[in-house]
Design a protein around this ligand. Structure first.
Ligand code: FE2
Length: 264
């Protein structure tokens, strides 16, 4: 599996506080079957603002420690960027991408996506970047109306769902929303969003849950296949579920000639 959303660079955001915690979580992730993991620290102007050099230095420390401990896990740099006006400048100047790709993990206000959310994201799309909305199921506006996710997908924004939401760690409403997004094909990734406190096992539990409630193909697609395409910046389809209307819902159309013949 490939986890595209974690906060395991120590001391940079509200995630893992130290190298020891990071190592514990990375070792457990490798044990439950995670092969590659993106360390996506929050980047939020005015709150979590740092230089790319600072991030890289801490990232390398983790990488060296992991190699020393002999843990087989591929680490990739990444960021979870708060969508704000003008954020495109920082994204480009500091390469706030997932690895070397053009995919960018973005987040917004959980109490409801603000009216200017798309205005903040649109410059990213125009610059050829591929925004992914982090933990889509946790925004109040999407909880109230899950089809808002579909509208965003129609505007070329990918959706990421948290494994911990699926297993119920954020309560019933978030869990139901996460399930709805996946069942409708309105999710492209399942990530852990591990802040150094999340039980790593819930990531594996989410795979098992999707396999049993939807199917294993979908579980693999969201946790292996689609995340694996980020590495080479390959395109991921926005829509991958084709909804076919049952036959009896199709209106029969009779030609005007047939209609006329019926009355003759
Ligand atoms: Fe996060």
């Amino acid at each position: 599996m490939i986890d595209i959303h974690t906060h395991l660079v120590p001391g940079l955001d509200d995630g893992s506080p130290d190298l020891k915690t990071t190592m514990e979580h990375l070792s457990r992730a490798a044990k439950v079957g995670v092969k590659r993991i993106y360390l996506t620290s929050h980047y939020f102007k005015g709150h979590y603002e740092y230089s790319r050099e600072d991030y890289d230095r801490r990232f390398k420390e983790v990488e060296a420690e992991l190699a020393k401990a002999g843990v087989k896990l591929e680490l990739r740099p990444g960021f979870e960027v708060f969508a704000q006006a003008g954020i495109i400048e920082d994204i480009i100047a500091k390469s706030l991408y997932l690895g070397d790709s053009k995919y960018v993990l973005v987040e917004s206000e959980l109490n409801g996506l603000p009216p200017d959310f798309y205005t903040c994201v649109y410059p990213l799309l125009r610059a050829g970047l591929k925004p992914i909305l982090a933990h889509a199921e946790r925004y109040v506006s999407i909880m109230q109306k899950p089809s808002e996710a579909r509208s965003l997908i129609d505007r070329n924004i990918y959706m990421q769902v948290n494994a911990s939401s699926l297993v119920g760690l954020y309560g019933d409403k978030v869990k139901t929303t996460a399930k709805t997004l996946i069942e409708n094909g309105w999710a492209h990734f399942v990530g852990s969003d591990n802040h150094g406190r999340t039980p790593v096992e819930s990531y594996l539990d989410a795979h098992t849950l999707i396999s049993s409630k939807v199917d294993q193909k979908t579980a693999d697609m969201l946790m292996k296949d689609f995340p694996s395409r980020i590495e080479s910046n390959l395109q991921i389809p926005y829509r991958y579920v084709e909804v076919i209307r049952p036959r009896h819902h199709r209106r029969k159309r009779r030609s005007w000639l047939k209609k006329l013949l019926r009355y003759l």
